[in-house]
Design a protein around this ligand. Structure first.
Ligand code: NDP
Length: 244
């Protein structure tokens, strides 16, 4: 039986690229989505055309009951989850002076509490299996901070603390937990910026280009694989050298 990889927010952006890359590596794929749309159907189709099974499960990661429900659906279908990628995330950028309480709590609830909600439900099955890989998508701004992103940076820094603590808790059960910290990656999340600003950002990156979703997916693929069996509790940047 193929290994099963579960990617939250896997219908588009970085999550989609991770789902496709893991499908190409022979994992059966489960994609969590919040919004039913054409992008979701296209991603599912693209995976199935590779001869790989793709289950889609609806749910808002910030809602614990949703996470409980979709985890059960996955277990009913596959009986296991070998790899969990906590990818779903949002931004609500603004300076703290202008930030509404909801701008802060919505971002924390999706990015950080969402990572807890999904992991808490999935991990019991990994513990029973005495194996598993959990890969949490953080960000370089969770390490370095960024003006206009107090909410987002706090959520991504929180994910790093969560990753390290959980890695220590579950190492003895054969479960490896790592975080990936992307730099500036071309997706709809970063599409809001003007071309001139993107060019300015590229100039500050040692590798002189904005990252692609595939750059992130390749690292996730490595962390999901047996090749990374002596790596846990780490935060690995994929940022073209932006943060060093
Ligand atoms: P996108 O906005 O392109 O995609 C985000 C995905 O998350 C969508 O599929 C979205 O679903 C899903 N999502 C958002 N909120 C929820 C929720 N409450 N429940 C379930 N799914 C949800 O973003 P990216 O692909 O750029 O980002 C993916 C991850 O990478 C995020 O965690 C982000 O913070 C992180 N990251 C991105 C960087 C970048 O430069 N792009 C840099 C560093 C980190 P829906 O379609 O329903 O909205």
């Amino acid at each position: 039986m193929n290994k099963v990889a579960f990617i939250t927010g896997g219908a588009r952006g970085i999550g989609k690229s991770i789902a496709i890359t893991l499908a190409e590596s022979g994992y059966d794929i489960v994609i969590n989505y919040r919004t039913e749309n054409e992008e979701l159907q296209n991603t599912k189709k693209e995976i199935e055309q590779k001869g790989i099974k793709c289950l889609t499960v609806k749910g808002d990661v910030s809602n614990f009951e949703d996470c409980e429900k979709f985890t059960k659906e996955i277990i009913e279908e596959y009986g296991k989850i070998d790899v969990l990628v906590n990818n779903a995330g949002i931004t609500k950028d603004t300076l703290l002076m202008r930030m509404k309480k909801e701008d802060f709590t919505d971002v924390i609830d999706t990015n950080l509490v969402g990572t807890f909600n999904v992991t808490k439900n999935v991990i019991s099955y990994m513990i029973k299996a005495r194996s598993g890989k959990i890969i949490n998508i953080s960000s370089v701004v969770g390490i370095a901070g960024n003006a206009g992103q107090t909410n987002y940076s706090a959520s991504k820094a929180g994910i790093i603390g969560f990753t390290k603590s959980l890695a220590k808790e579950v190492a003895s059960r054969g479960i490896l937990v790592n975080a990936v910290a992307p730099g500036f990656i071309e997706t709809s999340m970063t599409d809001v910026l003007k071309e001139e600003i993107k060019e300015e950002i590229s100039k500050t990156i040692p590798l002189k280009r904005i990252g692609t979703s595939k750059d992130v997916a390749n690292l996730v693929k490595f962390l999901a694989s047996d090749e990374s069996s002596y790596i846990t509790g780490q935060v690995i940047n994929v940022d073209g050298g932006m943060l060093m």
